[in-house]
Ligand binder design. Structure first.
Ligand code: UDP
Length: 240
């Protein structure tokens, strides 16, 4: 059952249920992809039809960000809670390490995915990172072929939105991978280029505030959070 929030249909799952669903998809026939929309995604999806479609056609749509769960609450369709992309990916890597599945890391500046791979194989003993590629390529097909040649089961696609969602939808099926997850700046976090907020901030739903303190230039992007809440309020008042 999907829960619609401002034009995007979310899966209403706990983090445990989301992980279970992700693992099932990684083992299923065919190609599947996961998206993790935050308030910024919802604002872009409002005006970008192709992006909205790419989000709604994903096999799993997880609410990454407190702004999405607040908006759902305002709309009178509360979600079970937030499922962050990074937490979902952690669970998935734990499972991959245990079950011998192969992970490909795609995205970020040259050198970052390799550093992320080195760190992740220490953090998740037994994890096989079968290949990496930076996110600043001009030709798409050779990158899809690189994922195929590496024999990847799962691929983390970290090109930022909306690029990563459009890329997964268009090129994912030719890679032979069963599951792709769009994870934004996750490779920078794994590589230690930027650090994740301390747990206290995460628990309080204030990860955005921590990131804003670290990267003040994000203020324009973060302003999307109150705008999304206003959109939700507007819809509620209009009785949609
Ligand atoms: N990126 C990329 N190719 C591009 C544009 C961006 O690989 O053409 C990478 C960028 O280096 C960064 C990530 O995509 O690692 C986007 O990070 P951002 O902080 O925008 O994502 P968020 O976590 O906020 O969704």
């Amino acid at each position: 059952m999907k829960t619609e929030v401002l034009g995007v249909a979310f899966d209403n799952l706990t983090p445990e249920e989301a992980l279970e669903a992700g693992i099932a998809l990684a083992q299923a026939e065919g190609f599947h992809y996961v998206v993790t929309p935050n308030p910024e995604f919802l604002r872009t999806a409002k005006v970008d039809e192709a992006f909205r479609q790419a989000l709604n056609q994903a096999s799993l749509v997880l609410p990454d960000g407190i702004g999405v769960t607040y908006a759902a609450k305002i709309l009178g369709r509360p979600l079970k809670g937030r499922v962050t992309g990074i937490d979902f990916a952690s669970g998935l890597m734990g499972w991959m390490a245990r079950s011998g599945k192969r992970l490909f890391l795609l995205g970020a500046k040259p050198g970052v995915a390799e550093q992320a791979a080195a760190n992740l194989t220490v953090a998740y003993p037994g994890l096989t990172v079968c290949g990496t590629h930076d996110g600043y390529f001009k030709e798409n097909e050779p990158v899809a072929q690189a994922v195929r040649a590496a024999g990847a089961d799962v691929c983390f696609v970290c090109l930022g939105a909306p690029k990563q969602e459009l890329w997964m939808r268009q090129y994912g099926p030719q890679t032979g991978a069963h599951l792709m997850v769009g994870l934004g700046g996750a490779l920078d976090v794994y590589a230690g280029v930027v650090d994740r907020a301390p747990e206290w901030f995460q628990r309080a739903g204030l990860e955005w505030l921590y990131r804003l303190g670290k990267e003040p230039k994000r203020i324009g992007r973060m302003a999307k959070l109150p705008l999304v809440l206003c959109d939700a309020l507007g819809e509620r008042i209009r009785g949609k």
